[in-house]
Design a protein around this ligand. Structure first.
Ligand SMILES: *Cc1c(COP(=O)(O)O)cnc(C)c1O
Length: 360
């Protein structure tokens, strides 16, 4: 068996010990005689798996008791519609900070349900920055302010939590959740698809402050109604059981490695290896402003883009996959989530040096 270094933006690499444990438990979970996939979501085994996953998520992120943790389906793009349906109440509009491709999707999707006020945009910089908080023109009447904490495609990340006063802050954290400690109490709602940093596709985690429940529009589907799902312990419909189980194993893995502070240290160390090399090289460059660079997704460009294909081919031959940048940005992108070991980034940098020596 050969495992590659998988730099995919998502679905992304998972910790190998988690995959091994899942393999060991595949046919017979803890003497139950069945796979987690085959269990009733209402049986005591799965209820235990679900409860442990929630407890670990709460512990790792330090989620205060006045927040609900929901394990839903629909993905982050789904949440772009589900959040306004749930939080608008009697308000007419929302504020969104536009930092790139995922913000644009939020604006488009939420616009079907309410007025969307783009309070600041990084468009003029080619989405290589995060607009300074002082420049945001917030509407005190907005139902919430939406940010994308890490733009997976452009590789820009918030390194601050914006103060939005009495208006709740909502964050799409799909690509950086549990990569670093966050003060959950500064947010009204956090959502994330699991397939970047937490587990398999199919699970969406929603962390929502109690007082924001009960504002859903009457058209909100019950399966996506936060209050109804909170009252049903996320089991109003069949939850994505296997994805919840794997996420629970990932949470245990994070805890064993020292929690989110240790994850942040590990992620900073990895990103530094890559960014330091990019800064020192005249052959490669990072398009992103230094103070807004993502520790999770690192886009970079070769001096001569006609070498892109050869670069990717050589990487693949060395067991480094999925380095092609998103078509809207071009160049390369290395996604280096929690599960990427530092050895993967070191291998990438040594290949980059070799390629530069050959073609520079
Ligand atoms: C991947 C991603 C999404 C899309 O998630 P889906 O599960 O495909 O809906 C949305 N936002 C961000 C920031 C992402 O990284």
């Amino acid at each position: 068996m050969t495992r590659v270094f998988n730099f995919s933006a998502g679905p992304a690499a998972l910790p190998e010990p988690v995959l091994r444990q899942a393999a060991d438990e595949m046919l017979d979970w803890h003497g139950s005689g069945m796979s987690v996939m085959e269990m009733s979501h209402r049986g005591k085994e799965f209820i235990g798996i679900h409860a442990e996953a929630e407890a670990l998520a709460r512990e790792l992120m330090g989620i205060p008791s006045n927040y609900k943790v929901l394990f839903l389906q629909g993905g982050a793009i789904g949440e772009n519609a589900i959040v306004p349906m749930n939080l608008l109440g009697t308000k007419k509009g929302i504020d969104v900070v536009d930092t790139g491709e995922w913000s644009k999707k939020t604006i488009k999707e939420a616009g079907k349900y309410c007025k969307v006020n783009v309070v600041a945009s990084a468009k003029d910089s080619g989405y290589t920055t995060i607009p300074k908080r002082e420049s945001w023109k917030l509407d005190p009447e907005a139902a919430y302010v939406h940010i994308c904490s890490n733009e997976t495609i452009g590789g820009v990340q918030y390194h601050f939590v914006p103060d939005t006063g009495a208006v709740p802050l909502v964050a799409d954290m799909s690509s950086d959740i549990m990569s670093r400690p966050v003060d959950v109490s500064k947010f009204g709602l956090i959502y994330a698809g699991a397939q970047k940093n937490l587990g398999p596709a199919g699970l969406t985690i929603v962390i929502v402050r109690d007082d924001l429940l009960g504002r859903a529009l009457p058209i909100t589907p019950s399966a996506f109604n936060y209050q109804e799902q909170a009252e049903a312990d996320s089991m109003l419909n069949t939850p994505p059981t296997y994805a919840i189980y794997i996420a629970g194993l990932v949470f245990r893995w994070i805890k064993q490695r020292g929690g989110l502070a240790a994850m942040a240290e590990h992620n900073e160390r990895k990103a530094r290896v890559l960014y330091d090399y990019l800064a020192a090289s005249s052959f490669y460059r990072s398009p992103v402003a230094p103070d807004c660079r993502s520790l999770m997704n690192v886009p970079f460009k070769l001096k001569d883009e006609s070498l892109d294909e050869a670069f990717l081919k050589g990487a693949q031959a060395r067991g480094m996959l999925q380095l092609k940048g998103h078509r809207s940005v071009g160049g390369m992108r290395a996604s280096i989530y929690n599960a990427m070991p530092v050895e993967g980034v070191q291998a990438l940098v040594s290949y980059m040096k070799e390629f530069e020596a050959q073609h520079g």
